[in-house]
Ligand binder design. Structure first.
Ligand code: NAI
Length: 427
């Protein structure tokens, strides 16, 4: 038998991309059409997305549609270097990303993306769009519009809009029903749990897991942890913060879903594993750390590394040790140890244990991105501000996902359409 061949970094990335490509049938369908129609001919698309294999397939799809693509990551820790190397070697996509960047390096890469003078911008978390509106305003005039991938990015855009500072139309891709239903809920759940398991090698069954935030991400994580045998406590907030539904109804819905619901001070002494998914700041704070069990594990699935107050945790520690990939041990002055995963950054994306959402989930999310980019390229007239993804695009992506799995739903009959439109039903 021949010896198994060792691959170089870029060869490994090429193999990763090939694996993603065969598992992304929806983007493959869109790509076939883009190859013929070249909707982005003569245009540049500037992208800031987690630079890993699924993003690579979106970048290829845009490039096949005729775009010059300049791409960086949207987080200093989440680049898969092998994929970045393979994309760069392919020569068609300008890549500015590597894993473990300093903040300065991260912003120099975002600036390099804007040096490409994009006509369309694709962002995740709003750092690129924000840079475009502050230090790189001269590039704004050429940009037709943008797409935003995540809840935190939408929150930042809405704040900019309120202050009359948002000067572009931006599709809220995150808010498409097919996005938050599938990606935020099921994608974040599987990838977060997979990353915690990969980093810690620990069993969930029999543990008490505390999920902070019962939004789209939190409810997915909580349900899947419960299915794996964990006893799950949900923590929500009393009131409404930001654009989402009230924490009161979300707390109630968690309760009626069968979870224990309480505030974090009550949950802190009980938890073996804590997962934050709120999009908020200092959700686990200095007052909570002393209440926790020796050996408790803390991690975050929200967009920014501000949900767990790491500086406060560091302050209450005698020392911090990186005991293995993605795990830092904080030796508290009290004698206890708390373990923080992935420096409190997105645990499901921080490498090496975080691989991001399952491929099929990103096939749907990036199909929405590709179709929204196409709409912007076609010059759809829209005012500056956060824009909903058109329902036809949302529905067409859900239909393509179902069809790619060989699933057809009932075709409504003429009679049924008429009946539901006329409201003549009932007795
Ligand atoms: P969401 O707005 O639906 O849910 C957030 C929930 O957190 C809300 O119910 C809110 O009431 C609650 N909350 C806020 N402050 C709280 C506090 N101090 N204590 C307890 N609960 C609190 O948002 P979604 O879509 O679930 O996203 C959450 C975060 O995850 C965002 O930062 C988003 O950008 C990020 N995200 C991460 C993904 C990943 O791959 N890890 C994927 C998609 C989103």
């Amino acid at each position: 038998m021949s010896k198994v061949k060792d691959l170089s970094l870029s060869e490994r990335g090429k193999a990763e991309l090939a694996w993603a490509r065969i598992n992304m049938p929806v983007l493959a369908e869109i790509r076939k059409r883009f190859e013929k129609e070249k909707p982005f001919s003569g245009m540049t698309i500037g992208v800031a997305l987690h630079m890993e294999k699924k993003t690579g397939i979106l970048l290829e799809t845009l490039s096949c549609g005729g775009a010059k693509v300049f791409a960086g990551s949207c987080n200093p820790l989440t680049t898969d270097d092998s994929v970045a190397a393979a994309l760069a070697k392919g020569g068609k996509i300008q890549v500015f990303a590597w894993a473990g960047q300093t903040n300065e390096e991260y912003y120099s890469c975002l600036n390099a993306v804007l040096d490409g003078k994009p006509d369309i911008v694709v962002d995740d978390g709003c750092d690129l769009i924000s840079l475009l509106h502050t230090k790189r305003k001269s590039e704004l005039a050429k940009v037709k519009g943008a797409c935003e991938e995540t809840t935190t990015g939408i929150g930042r855009l809405q704040a900019m809009q309120k202050a009359n500072k948002l000067l572009l139309p931006v599709f809220a891709v995150n808010n498409a029903y097919s996005k938050f239903l599938l990606d935020n809920q099921f994608g974040t759940a599987q990838s977060t749990i997979a990353a915690i398991a990969q980093a810690t090698n620990k069993l969930f069954a029999g543990k008490t897991a505390v999920v902070v935030g019962f939004g789209w991400c939190g409810r997915g994580i909580a349900s899947r942890l419960k299915a794996m045998g964990a006893s799950v406590i949900v923590v929500e907030i009393d009131g409404t913060l930001g654009p989402h539904e009230s924490g009161l109804q979300r707390g109630l819905s968690a309760l009626y879903d069968g979870f224990r619901v309480m505030d974090l001070e009550s949950a802190a002494p009980q938890g073996d594993i804590f997962v934050t998914a709120t999009g908020n700041v200092n959700v686990i704070d200095s007052r909570h750390f002393p209440l926790m069990k020796d050996g408790a594990i803390l991690c975050n699935a929200g967009h920014f590394n501000v949900e767990i107050n790491e500086p406060a945790l560091r302050k209450s520690s005698k020392g911090v040790e990186r005991i293995k990939d993605n795990i830092d041990a904080y030796r508290l002055k009290s004698g206890k140890t708390l373990y923080l995963l992935s420096e409190g950054r997105l645990v499901n994306l921080a490498r090496p244990s975080g691989q991001g959402h399952p491929i099929e989930i990103m096939d749907g999310s990036f199909a929405l991105q590709a179709l929204c980019c196409e709409l912007l390229a076609k010059g759809k007239k829209m005012p500056a501000g956060v824009q909903d993804v058109p329902k036809e695009i949302d529905d067409s992506v859900a239909r393509l996902i179902l069809r790619s799995q060989g699933i057809r739903l009932e075709e409504p009959t003429g009679e049924q359409k008429k009946y539901s439109e006329s409201f003549e039903g009932g007795t």
